[in-house]
Design a protein around this ligand. Structure first.
Ligand SMILES: CC(C)(COP(=O)(O)OP(=O)(O)OC[C@H]1O[C@@H](n2cnc3c(N)ncnc32)[C@H](O)[C@@H]1OP(=O)(O)O)[C@@H](O)C(=O)NCCC(=O)NCCS
Length: 356
């Protein structure tokens, strides 16, 4: 167990480190003390990274971050070296839960070293704050391996998350999607477009489907009905994961009972790339082909709408789901880390064993 002292909190702190034989001086500066214009080149570089590495048009999110910077509404830190801002990390506080929402370092700089310096500052602030009981982070610009040992020092649990995608343009993909059958469930289920009237049932389905699920260990929102309702609202109404595509999002009903059996949400994340931010099947209906049928319907619809690629993210430990995606042609193109720290009531610092 490691206790973190408060003595390192304070103003600007210089770092001296050496990379490739060169001594590099850098300092961590509160994001509120930096002119928003100084972060613009970094935001542009981040948008390029999302486009090339994550197949995602990040421009709308980037504009939102710029607005928050202008309005001085972001909490976090930047790293300055040679007079330039080289990286930033910001977080949101939601009651006792802190969510590290972004960590980005200028490419070709001492990325990992700077990332650790920034995270070090953010975590020392969050972990020593008595109000913070939980810290969650998903950092898609960094591999799990690069950050895991360092998060482990701070008593975080770590999980590998996979960005997966299937191309929709090749005829063999179309064939494999079309030939997937849901014979196990034939006749028992009907698929319909996802409409607002399904929201309450969808939230209940999600809450039960993710009970004791690894994704609920990563994202605490899955652990309560209010949390999953917020999560759904964010995807469907606040463009939290791209532009929601109502026409390509579906629900499945169990015909005999008229119960909601499954949901599939789809968003547009760049011109010809769709994303599936949510797929879940009610616990009592799992393993009956509903998930396969929903995915098939969604992929076929997206292909007809001119999309050339569909992506999603999944936790590596969610073996069944990953097998299902692979059967439909999805392949992992990037793996990154999700990290979670939970304060234990007996200990005001942290006592977690880690599972990395
Ligand atoms: C993953 C999930 C959507 C699959 O839907 P489904 O209707 O159960 O799947 P299908 O019956 O069409 O296909 C069966 C495949 O799903 C997977 N699967 C079945 N039951 C599962 C379960 N309880 N948990 C995880 N995967 C499961 C398996 O890969 C299975 O294939 P297999 O025969 O090779 O093991 C569904 O199980 C579920 O909602 N799980 C919990 C939420 C979740 O993990 N969502 C995905 C997040 S990325």
């Amino acid at each position: 167990m490691r206790r973190l002292g408060c003595d390192i909190l304070g103003g600007v702190r210089p770092y001296r480190s050496s990379t490739k034989g060169r001594v590099v001086e850098s300092e961590i500066v509160n994001i509120l003390d930096v002119e928003p214009a100084a972060l613009r080149p970094l935001l542009e570089a981040e948008s390029r990274a999302w486009e090339t590495e994550l197949h995602w048009d990040y421009s709308a999110s980037s504009r939102l971050i710029s607005t928050w910077l202008e309005e001085r509404r972001l909490s976090g830190y930047t790293l300055r070296s040679d007079g330039k801002i080289r990286g930033f990390c910001f977080y949101f506080l939601e009651g006792p839960r802190a969510h590290i929402a972004d960590l980005f370092i200028e490419p070709n700089q001492a990325e990992l070293m700077y990332a650790k310096q920034l995270l070090d500052r953010v975590l020392r602030h969050l972990l020593t704050s008595p109000q913070t009981h939980r810290v969650e982070a998903q950092l898609p610009h960094f591999s799990f391996e690069s950050l895991a040992p360092w998060f482990r020092i701070h008593c975080f649990e770590g999980y590998i998350r996979e960005f997966m995608a299937v191309p929709l343009s090749t005829s063999n993909t179309a064939e494999s999607i079309a030939s997937e059958t849901s014979s196990r469930s034939k006749g028992d289920f009907e698929i319909a477009p996802w409409e607002r009237c399904h929201d309450r049932q969808a939230a209940e389905l999600l809450y039960h489907a993710y009970h004791h699920h690894v994704d609920a260990a990563i994202n605490e929102q899955y652990a309560s009905l209010a949390g999953v309702s917020r999560l759904l609202e964010n995807v469907v109404y606040h463009h939290g994961c791209g532009e929601f595509l109502g026409q390509a999002s579906f629900v499945a009903f169990h015909r005999p009972t008229r119960k909601l059996a499954g949901i599939l949400g789809a968003t547009r994340v760049r011109r010809e790339t769709a994303h599936l931010p949510q797929i879940a099947v009610g616990v009592e209906f799992q393993g009956a082909g509903v998930g396969t049928a929903l995915l098939r319907r969604g992929l076929n619809h997206l292909q007809c709408q001119g999309f050339r690629e569909v992506s999603l993210t999944a936790t590596s430990l969610n073996h069944g789901a990953i097998r299902l995606y692979q059967r439909l042609g999805f392949r992992t193109f990037r793996a990154f880390g999700a990290f979670v720290w939970q304060r234990h009531s007996k200990d005001s610092s942290s006592t977690l064993t880690n599972a990395m």
